[in-house]
Design a protein around this ligand. Structure first.
Ligand code: FAD
Ligand code: FES
Length: 256
């Protein structure tokens, strides 16, 4: 069940120039959130910015939740400056999370950039059954590699500029992989999180190959609880709220 909490920052440290790891502690933090769920986190102790921002749960332990965030605009820039010991208001866990695959399906996870934060606990849960395709623009964007390597059946990394792993977008690399396994396509189940153009490309590829799967949609959010309609996306059954009916939708559901 989601709820408003006050949490203490026990770590807010740089992972690289543009990403930080935030660890929050509160006795009210759920131990049972599902992979793909998120929290709305206050990013400043002043009212500027007023609105909380959504962040996926990277890891959860008893009484603590970890978040990995990219410094993007005003909210995350303010968040970067928050100090250990500070108290922040959070709301969560929110959203639906990823449904787990049936027994006979091979899960393929596709993470673009910071999309890895949403897929991390799913990768951990699926372990050696899962392939993980993880792409970034450059090698600096690929995080948590040491932890991910031993976690899944195979970790396939790629960068747009070729500075690490295969050269090309993560979807190009996935396409080549699936081309070699075309007879097995229907036995795969895709899970993707990343920038919108990547999700659209994954969805088109999945439709072309007849593969089912899920994507976690990213939309700007104001309330996080389904009240403001600020986060709607077009689906085959009308407009749906990413914060409430999502963020995870089946691939065939979204209208691009
Ligand atoms: C479900 C979900 C999970 C996510 N998980 C992660 C994660 O784990 N890690 C991560 O790095 N990112 C994650 N994101 C993306 C993250 O929420 C955004 O990068 C973050 O909100 C950027 O905030 P910002 O203020 O720094 O950027 P900005 O670009 O300044 O603001 C973000 C957006 O908020 C809106 N906004 C800003 N100011 C106002 C205002 N005054 N009034 C109304 N709207 C305003 C704008 O539309 C703006 O585009 C996730 C997003 C979603 C939807
Ligand atoms: S953020 Fe308000 S309805 Fe989704």
């Amino acid at each position: 069940m989601s709820r408003y909490l006050r949490a203490e920052i026990i770590e807010n440290s740089p992972v690289n120039e543009s990403h930080n790891l935030l660890i929050l502690s509160s006795s009210g933090i759920s131990k049972n959130s599902a992979p793909g769920q998120f929290y709305m986190i206050e990013t400043a102790s002043s009212y500027d910015p007023l609105l909380k921002r959504p962040f996926s749960i990277l890891k959860q332990k008893s009484g603590t939740a970890h978040f990995l965030y990219r410094i993007k605009g005003k909210g995350t820039e303010r968040m970067r400056q928050m100090k250990n010991g500070a108290s922040v208001s959070v709301l969560g866990p929110l959203g639906n999370g990823y449904p787990l695959p049936g027994k006979n399906l091979t899960p393929i996870l596709i993470a673009g950039g910071i999309g890895i934060a949403s897929l991390f606990t799913l990768a951990e849960k699926l372990g050696k059954n899962a392939y993980l395709f993880y792409g970034g623009r450059t090698k600096e964007e690929l995080l948590l590699l040491d932890e991910l390597k031993g976690m899944v059946k195979e970790l396939i990394i790629s960068t747009d500029n070729g500075s690490a792993g295969e050269k090309g977008t993560v979807v190009d690399v996935l396409k080549n992989f699936l081309a070699l396994r075309s007879a097995l396509c229907a036995q795969h189940l895709l899970y993707a999180c990343g920038p919108s153009p990547m999700l659209e490309a994954v969805s088109r590829l999945a439709t072309e190959k007849g593969i089912k799967g899920y994507i976690s949609m990213e939309e700007n959010m104001a309330c996080g609880v389904g009240a403001c309609l600020g986060c709607t996306v077009k689906t085959k059954s009308g407009y749906k709220r990413v914060c409430k009916e999502g963020p995870v939708f089946s691939i065939e559901e979204i209208v691009w």
